[in-house]
Design a protein around this ligand. Structure first.
Ligand code: NAD
Length: 313
C-alpha cells in the first residue's frame, strides 16, 4: 500500500460531522423547548485521569450549545448519597441525560449506581435495561465507546457483514456491547478475554479485530493476518504518552485499515455521547412537541431488521 501501511481511520473528521448535526439539533431544540438541553455529569471524588476526560466532555457540550452540569458528590460519600444525587437528577425535568464518571470509589457498588439512572436518561447505555435492549436488537441507548468502535467502520465504508470479527475484551461497557453491535451488523463474532487460550490463533483468523483490553502492546504484527482491519479502543499511559492496546508499528504494515491512538475512537466516543444526549432530549419532549419523523440521532441503523425481515437470524 502506498505510504507503507494501512489506511488510518481517524475519528476526528467523523466526530466533526456528528457534532455539526448535533449543533443543528440543539438549535431546533432550543427553538421548540425554549431552553438548552442539559447533560448532568456526576462525579464522586476528583480522580485525576477521569477529571481530564470530564473536562473534554464539558468542553464538547459547550461547543455544540448543550449545557453541561457538573454534579459533585464528596469522594468520601456513601452509596446512598450518590444514588440520591442521581435520583434528584432523574426527577429534574431540565436534565436530559446523566453520565456517572468511573471509576467509583471502592466503597460504592457499581450496580447500585447504574440501576439508579433513569434508563431514558442513560445516554451511555450502562443501565441493565439498555444493555438488554441492545442484546435483543432494539434501539436503546448504546455505550458510546462500543458505538464508536463500530460506527468508525460503518462511516469508513468498511464491510462488516459476513466477516470474521474478534473482539478482545468482554466488559459490560466496551467489549460485550461492541460484540453485540458487530453481530447486529451481521459479522461472525468471537469474544476473547483474559482467560482465552491462544489469543493469537483467534486474532490470526480475524478479518476485523476490535481491541478493548487496557493492555498496551497486546496485539502485535505477528498475530494478525494481512489485510486485517484493526480498531484499537485501548487507552494506556506508557512513559507519559497515550498508547492503545495495539503495537501500532508492527501491525500497521500488515493491516488494511487501523485506528490510531490517540485520534481514533476517543474523539468519536465523545461526539456520539452528545448525539445520544440529543436523542434523549427529543425523546423526552411531550408527544405533541416531538418531531416523530426525526431520525434517531444514533447513527447506527440496525441491519438486522432488514435481515430479520428476510428471515435471516
Ligand atoms: P475492563 O478492564 O473493564 O475490561 C478489560 C477486558 O479485557 C476484560 O474483559 C478482560 O478479560 C480483557 N483482557 C484483559 N487482559 C487481556 C489479555 N491479556 N488478553 C485478552 N483479554 C484481556 O476495561 P474496559 O472498561 O472495557 O476498557 C478497555 C480499554 O478501553 C481500556 O484501555 C480503557 O481505557 C479503554 N477505553 C477507551 C475509551 C475510549 O473512548 N476510547 C472508553 C472507555 C474505555
Amino acid at each position: 500500500m502506498p505510504g507503507g501501511g494501512a489506511r488510518l481511520l481517524q475519528g476526528g473528521p467523523i466526530a466533526t460531522e456528528i457534532r455539526q448535526a448535533v449543533s443543528e439539533d440543539v438549535v431546533a431544540y432550543v427553538e421548540r423547548v425554549g431552553r438548552r438541553p442539559v447533560l448532568a455529569v456526576v462525579i464522586c471524588g476528583r480522580d485525576a485521569p477521569s477529571m481530564v476526560y470530564l473536562g473534554q466532555i464539558l468542553r464538547s457540550c459547550e461547543k455544540v450549545g448543550i449545557e453541561g452540569r457538573l454534579v459533585e458528590v464528596d469522594g468520601e460519600a456513601s452509596e446512598s448519597s450518590v444514588v440520591e444525587a442521581i435520583q434528584a437528577l432523574n426527577g429534574d425535568p431540565e436534565v436530559n441525560g446523566i453520565i456517572v464518571q468511573m471509576p467509583l470509589p471502592p466503597t460504592i457498588r457499581l450496580r447500585a449506581v447504574v440501576e439508579a439512572i433513569d434508563p431514558s436518561r442513560d445516554i451511555d447505555g450502562i443501565h441493565p435495561m439498555n444493555a438488554g435492549l441492545l442484546r435483543l436488537g432494539y434501539d436503546g441507548f448504546l455505550p458510546a465507546t462500543a458505538h464508536a468502535a463500530v460506527e468508525i467502520l460503518r462511516r469508513s465504508a468498511i464491510e462488516i457483514e459476513g466477516r470474521r470479527a474478534v473482539v478482545i475484551g468482554r466488559s459490560a461497557v466496551v467489549g460485550m456491547p461492541a460484540a453485540f453491535l458487530l453481530v447486529r451488523e451481521n459479522a461472525t463474532v468471537t469474544v476473547c478475554h483474559s482467560r482465552t487460550r491462544d489469543l493469537a490463533r483467534h486474532v490470526k483468523d480475524a478479518e476485523i479485530v476490535v481491541v478493548a483490553a487496557g493492555h498496551p502492546g497486546l496485539v502485535t504484527g505477528s498475530m494478525v493476518r494481512r489485510g486485517v482491519v484493526v480498531v484499537d479502543v485501548g487507552i494506556n499511559v506508557v512513559d507519559g504518552a497515550i498508547v492503545g492496546d495495539v503495537d501500532f508499528d508492527s501491525v500497521r504494515p500488515l493491516a488494511s485499515a487501523i485506528t490510531p491512538v490517540p485520534g481514533g475512537i476517543g474523539p468519536l466516543t465523545n461526539a456520539l455521547l452528545l448525539a445520544h444526549l440529543m436523542r434523549a432530549a427529543k425523546g423526552q419532549e411531550a408527544p405533541s412537541e416531538t418531531t416523530r419523523d426525526t431520525p434517531i440521532a444514533s447513527p447506527i441503523v440496525s441491519r438486522d431488521r432488514v435481515a430479520a425481515s428476510r428471515g435471516v437470524r
